[in-house]
Design a protein around this ligand. Structure first.
Ligand SMILES: CC(C)(COP(=O)(O)OP(=O)(O)OC[C@H]1O[C@@H](n2cnc3c(N)ncnc32)[C@H](O)[C@@H]1OP(=O)(O)O)[C@@H](O)C(=O)NCCC(=O)NCCS
Length: 163
């Protein structure tokens, strides 16, 4: 199965490559520290915004389809899709919030899910991301409290049934 690049305005989507590892770490950390920080306490953000082992991170990224949104050669967001339909990661650079980057990434994820014959996509959405996913047709299955490095963070198990 080949997933063709899609583009919207000046963003485009490309498949993750191993050389993108640091870019995804940087986007992950900045999105949490500079965007999700409006919804979580400083202690919660400090516990969440950590990558203990870049090698393990790289293995996770390479273990499943992961897509990057790019402007030219610069990564500005990324998302992934596990084989069970779990959308584990959806992070957009603080410099490109509210411009449709996550929408483009999600459209790519949904298309891949349909091509794989998946009936549903699910995610553990942060307080920050919940309105985005609701806007895109996801519904809350359960409110959750999850432990991260000694802190208890609120999030939402959400799912979208694919037509
Ligand atoms: C959540 C996130 C991925 C959204 O990315 P984005 O590129 O800004 O989203 P988009 O521009 O594609 O937004 C799409 C729609 O969702 C809406 N939306 C996005 N974030 C929203 C928010 N926090 N509150 C209300 N609406 C929101 C937008 O207004 C837009 O609506 P429209 O279709 O009417 O224009 C981004 O804010 C982010 O990286 N957050 C911090 C990290 C995080 O929490 N990631 C999720 C971990 S589970």
């Amino acid at each position: 199965m080949t997933i063709m690049p899609v583009s919207q305005d000046r963003f485009s989507i490309k498949p993750y490559e191993p050389s993108d590892v640091q870019a995804t770490i940087d986007i992950f950390l900045r999105a949490i520290r500079e965007v999700a920080s409006k919804d979580y306490s400083p202690a919660e953000i400090a516990a969440w915004a950590k990558v203990d082992d870049a090698e393990v991170w790289a293995q996770y990224r390479a273990s499943r389809p992961t897509w990057l949104a790019v402007v030219g050669a610069t990564p500005i967001g990324f998302a992934d899709l596990k084989s069970d339909g779990c959308l584990d990661m959806m992070f957009v650079s603080p410099d490109y919030q509210g411009k449709g980057v996550a929408s483009l990434l999600l459209a790519t994820v949904e298309r891949a899910a349909r091509e794989q014959g998946l009936q549903r996509i699910f995610t553990e959405a942060s307080l920050t991301a919940r309105p985005f996913f609701e806007r895109k047709g996801f519904v809350v299955v359960a409110a959750q409290r999850v432990e991260k490095r000694g802190q208890i963070l609120s999030n939402f198990l959400m799912e979208k049934v694919l037509a």
